[in-house]
Design a protein around this ligand. Structure first.
Ligand code: NDP
Ligand code: 2IT
Length: 453
């Protein structure tokens, strides 16, 4: 038995124990299920038919799990073998939708945790998208463009048969950005002989991509943090902000937080973090990370003398009012949360998926820190992917302003539905509960309407 399960109500204990027994060793998956089930006690007490109809047990079991070999040849002519995954988790609300992650740490349990989170996140957007996730243990770091292309072509040569604009629509995640989506789309188009733009999102702007998709997750996280601040009569203006990571989500969170009057004093990558009291120069960061694919120390070198680089340390040691974890799962543990609280943090908004451990979440909530969980705060990325699908379906393309405005509206709606759900259950200010309860209810009701699926 996992030590996590203390918060799960007795009605749901059996479902959770089944998940542990049937998915041994998949700790991240267990953690994500525990976190959602830990919120659902009051929901099933009010709606016992969810238990009678075994909706939770059904939701914990993915509709389909695909695992495949990805053989490819590196630049020296050596054959490499990776493992590919796609977990098609729930299609109750629409085609499976969710990113692909290329990172050496990816295991089936990683993809299952991400897919499980995605179901409720996508439901919260109010848009017609189901939940899925995929990826590979392929490590793009240090690989040439030609190697990445050959890998992507091999990956898609198997995956294409499972995809389709009405079936399953992948996008980017860690290690998968515009370059990879381009190679994947090119191969899908060759194999199927169809220009089916809506089969992947995050495409380039000249071939079916949406304005603001690149920015959407980071911007959306800041829009959500701004709603959290407004809800308690505060604002992001003049706040000291720390963002972890320096990839797609982090870069655009830094850009928008700065535009809204915050000063982002630190960011990181897996090698360490930089502190720039003048505020991170986002153009410089983009040049290092998006163009040169470099390391974070290069930021400190370029800003000679004014910026410190701390190798391997925790970015959460840097005092701030607002913290936005935008790197990876479990990057912010209870000790880091305690440090942040001691240093006066007021708001935490998760740009990454499950970056805070359960101990960290508890610590924030007990200390009265406003805590916005990833499935609500980072939903702007997938929401804008859905807007990309909408544009593809109508063979249209919208302006940046129109798309960004719609993103802002979606983030406000998510905030509103999370807050009102929490209040409805007498849990005011509990964004974790509100997000889980609101997302679950939408999916569960759709499943019940469709019978035993
Ligand atoms: P990127 O690959 O663009 O950037 C990832 C960043 O996180 C890099 O700075 C990377 O550092 C760091 N990082 C990744 N893995 C680790 C690790 N194990 N330890 C320490 N640092 C790490 O990915 P994204 O910005 O797209 O994704 C970041 C997070 O946001 C993920 O949790 C993802 O699931 C989530 N997310 C992404 C969305 C999107 O639209 N892209 C949408 C919603 C959520 P390094 O380069 O050194 O590895
Ligand atoms: O975690 C996520 O929401 C993503 N990686 C984006 C998914 C998408 O389909 O745009």
């Amino acid at each position: 038995m996992s030590s996590h399960s203390a918060r799960i109500s007795s009605t749901l204990k059996g479902a959770y124990e089944d998940v542990l027994r049937r998915n041994p060793g998949e700790h991240e998956f267990h953690q994500s299920v525990d976190e959602v089930l830990g919120s659902l006690g009051p929901v099933v007490e009010r709606h016992p038919h969810y238990v009678d109809e075994r909706v939770i047990e059904r939701l914990c079991e993915p509709e389909r799990q695909i695992i495949f070999r990805v053989p490819w040849t590196d630049d020296s002519g050596k054959v490499q073998i990776n493992r590919g995954f796609r977990v098609e988790y729930s299609s109750a609300l629409g085609p499976y939708k969710g990113g692909l992650r290329f990172h050496p740490s990816v295991l089936l349990g990683t993809v299952k945790f991400l897919g499980f989170e995605q179901i409720f996140k996508n439901a919260l957007t109010g848009l017609p998208i189901g939940g899925g996730k995929g990826g590979s243990d392929f490590d793009p770091k240090g690989r040439s463009d030609a190697e990445v292309m050959r890998f992507c072509q091999s990956f898609m040569t198997e995956l294409y048969r499972h995809l389709g604009e009405y079936t399953d629509v992948p996008a980017g995640d860690i290690g998968v950005g515009g370059r990879e989506i381009g190679y994947l789309f090119g191969q899908y188009k060759r194999i199927t002989n169809r220009y089916e733009a809506g089969v992947l999102t995050g495409k380039g702007l000249t071939w079916g991509g949406s304005q603001a998709r690149t920015e959407a997750t980071g911007y959306g996280t800041v829009y959500f943090a701004n709603e959290m601040a407004k809800h308690v009569d505060r604002s992001l203006d003049g706040q000291r902000v720390v963002v972890s990571g320096s990839g797609n989500v982090a870069i655009y969170a830094i850009e928008k937080a700065s535009e809204m009057g915050g000063t982002v004093v630190a960011c990181s990558d897996s090698s360490g973090y930089v502190v720039d009291e003048a505020g991170i120069d986002v153009q410089l960061l983009r040049d290092i990370k998006e163009v040169r694919r470099g390391r974070i120390i290069e930021y400190a070198e370029a800003r000679a003398g004014n910026v410190s680089f701390v190798e391997r340390g925790s970015v959460w040691d840097v005092p701030c009012d607002v913290a936005m974890p935008c790197a990876t799962q479990n990057e912010l543990d209870e000790a880091a949360a305690t440090t942040l609280i001691r240093n006066g943090v007021q708001i935490v908004a998760e740009g990454a998926n499950m970056p805070s451990t359960q101990g960290a979440v508890r610590a924030f909530q007990q200390a009265g820190v406003l805590f916005g969980p990833g499935k609500a705060a980072n939903a702007g990325g997938v929401a804008t992917s859905s807007l990309e699908m909408q544009q593809n379906a109508s063979r249209d393309s919208w302006s940046f302003e129109r798309t960004d405005e719609r993103l802002g509206e979606i983030m406000r709606n998510i905030h509103e539905s999370v807050v009102t759900t929490a209040e409805d259950y007498d849990r005011p200010g509990d964004y974790v509960f509100g997000a889980n309860a609101a997302g679950f209810t939408r999916v569960a009701d759709a499943m019940l309407a469709m019978g035993v699926i």
